[in-house]
Design a protein around this ligand. Structure first.
Ligand code: MN
Length: 302
């Protein structure tokens, strides 16, 4: 059975504490459990102090059959940062803002160019989602129309080598699909509205609880807005949320949740509780189909 773990963001100490709290032991350099397999929802990198260790712990587990791992938006961006198109332009612009987001990783990676190249090659092998017999995993939003688009450019969720340019071309249907799957369902605020995100960058789009279809109100659906009064006290006009079909339990990361880990619905659990910024690393032990708050583990002492 599976244990699904949240965004790591370079916090290898928290990752090891969580694995140990969940009964995994390091044997010959690989964390393992006699009966269980880890699934990482992606975002192994950026921000934290232990970039290389975080990648290597998960990669060794994947390559030895002790874990599965999908791509988060940070791995996607890392590949695009390191990849040039045929004109020599990088697929992700080397702007100051993008550099700052990626700086902690680059600082460690550039000390060992062979490790760096190897790691980017490994990131490219990560699927954008997993659909297993008893569960689904995606970094941010399970959206059937986007999965359908992705299928034209990917095999079992792994992007084809020649699809990376399209995947990074604004307004391309593959670009749009990956935005939804990896970054979530974002909604544009009306003119004149904005808020500061956790990096103090002004934003005019909100991340939403895309699974909540009824009453799409800006202040109720927004995730990660500190001062909700910055948002309109109104319903989102004409913007239906995609919702979720509840066919299988779904695990997501991405959202920097705050507080005590809990499920979002009977069929959706977010396992990102801000390990990258002061929170614990969180794992969910999946036993059976009924999701429950009692199944969460954290990296904190227990
Ligand atoms: Mn993340």
């Amino acid at each position: 059975m599976y244990d699904i773990i949240g965004d790591i963001h370079g916090q290898a100490d928290k990752l090891e504490a969580l694995l140990s709290n969940m009964g995994y032991e390091e044997v010959n350099g690989v964390y393992q459990h006699p009966e269980r397999t880890i699934i990482s929802v992606g975002d192994l990198i950026d921000r934290g102090p232990q970039q290389r260790r975080s990648v290597d712990i998960i990669r060794r587990m994947v390559e030895s059959g002790n874990a599965l791992c999908i791509m988060g938006n940070h791995e996607f961006n890392a590949v695009a940062w390191a990849t040039q198109d045929k004109n020599g332009s990088y697929l992700r612009e080397h702007s100051q803002k993008n550099f700052e987001q990626h700086e902690a990783f680059l600082k460690e990676a550039e000390q060992d160019p062979i490790w760096y190249a190897n790691t980017i090659a490994w990131f490219k092998t990560l699927p954008m989602y997993l659909e297993l017999p008893n569960l689904r995993v995606v970094h941010a939003c399970w959206h059937q129309p986007s999965l359908k688009v992705l299928a034209n450019y990917a095999t079992d969720g792994v992007l084809h080598e020649d699809a990376w340019v399209a995947a990074n071309t604004e307004y391309h249907d593959l670009f749009n699909a990956i935005e939804v799957l990896c970054k979530g369902w974002e909604v544009q605020l009306p003119e004149g509205y904005s808020f500061l995100d956790k990096s103090k960058h002004p934003r005019t789009e909100i991340r939403t609880q895309w699974w909540r279809e009824a009453h799409p109100h800006y202040r109720e659906l927004a995730i990660g807005v500190d001062d909700i009064n910055n948002l309109p006290d109104a319903e989102i006009p004409g913007a239906a949320m995609p919702g979720y079909d509840n066919k299988k339990p779904l695990f997501i990361g991405h959202y920097w949740m705050q507080g005590k880990p809990c499920v979002q619905t009977d069929h959706i659990a977010c396992v990102d509780w801000s390990a990258g910024k002061g929170g614990p690393m969180v794992g969910y032990r999946l036993d059976g189909q009924q999701l429950s708050n009692a199944q969460f583990f954290t990296s904190e002492n227990c």
